[in-house]
Design a protein around this ligand. Structure first.
Ligand code: BTN
Length: 258
């Protein structure tokens, strides 16, 4: 992979008021040439989007941010960037959490603190006419002041974890710096170190998981991540592990402990 500068970092951090969705806005700006490294954030979103077509409720007080990236890589490699973002979010959160807080990554891209979801990531990309990658937008939602109640996987926020925090604008700057630490590592050394770091804090590794696909629910043991970031699971009754590329994962040991 190549890049014009040695150390990539956010080139511009653009704060917006209440908008529909930072990912939708970032996609629009990427289409008209916004530079690699642009980081957009909003005070609130009226149509925040989550994975698998879900809504991301977005009141003021939390982080809603989207990175516009133009990596020199193919589409399969671009999928790895959501794991890069998860590690960046984890690094960012560690600055504000107690040392004994348990930080985990839940496949594919959720970040958990003490078992509760604190952040989610929505990766979107497009290819040009020549089938090359034009841009990647990585949307990051982090619960700072509030978190949703009555959701499928229990949630939390940095404030609920007792963190003392500066203003959101400062937090977004810190998030940008944390993200680019891992982006630079991925650009220089590829997915291997990212995958390794992610697995060190993978929620439910080597334990029982339930995976909800579009039309069925699978159960098995979560045994790892493959070199593209697919979930590797040994299904009940199988001798060989399977690769899962999309779905909702429920590590049962963690869920039952909440
Ligand atoms: C998920 O866990 O389902 C992913 C949630 C991603 C939410 C963020 S908030 C900023 C950006 N803009 C959006 O509309 N979605 C992402």
């Amino acid at each position: 992979m190549t890049s014009t500068s040695k150390e990539d970092k956010p080139l511009s951090v653009i704060g917006l008021g209440r908008i529909e969705s930072t990912n939708s806005e970032a996609r629009r700006r990427a289409e008209v040439g916004a530079a690699h490294g642009t980081l957009l954030w909003a005070e609130a979103q009226t149509k925040g989007r989550g994975r698998r077509g879900r809504e991301w409720i977005s009141p003021p007080g939390n982080i809603y941010a989207s990175f516009i990236l133009r990596p020199a890589c193919d589409v399969a490699q671009a999928l790895q960037l959501a794991f890069v973002a998860a590690l960046g979010v984890g690094h960012f959160l560690a600055n504000y959490l107690d040392e004994d807080a348990r930080l985990h990554y839940k496949w594919p891209n959720d970040v958990l603190v003490n078992g509760h979801k604190i952040a989610g990531i929505l990766a979107e990309s497009t290819m040009g006419k020549t089938q090359t990658l034009e841009w990647v937008v990585l949307g990051v939602g982090i619960n700072i002041k509030t978190y949703p109640e009555g959701v499928e996987w229990p949630a939390t926020s940095l404030c609920a974890q007792g963190a003392k925090l500066p203003k959101i604008a400062e937090l977004v700057e810190a998030l940008g710096r944390s993200f680019f630490l891992y982006y630079n590592e991925w650009r220089d050394d590829g997915f291997y170190p990212i995958r390794k770091a992610w697995l060190q804090r993978a929620a439910g590794l080597d334990g029982p998981i339930r995976i909800r696909l579009d039309k069925e629910i699978l159960e098995g043991t979560f045994t790892g991540l493959d070199e593209d970031g697919a979930l590797v699971v040994l299904k009940e009754g199988d001798k060989e592990p399977s690769r899962i590329t999309s779905g909702d994962v429920f590590p049962m040991d963690i869920l039952e402990s909440l």
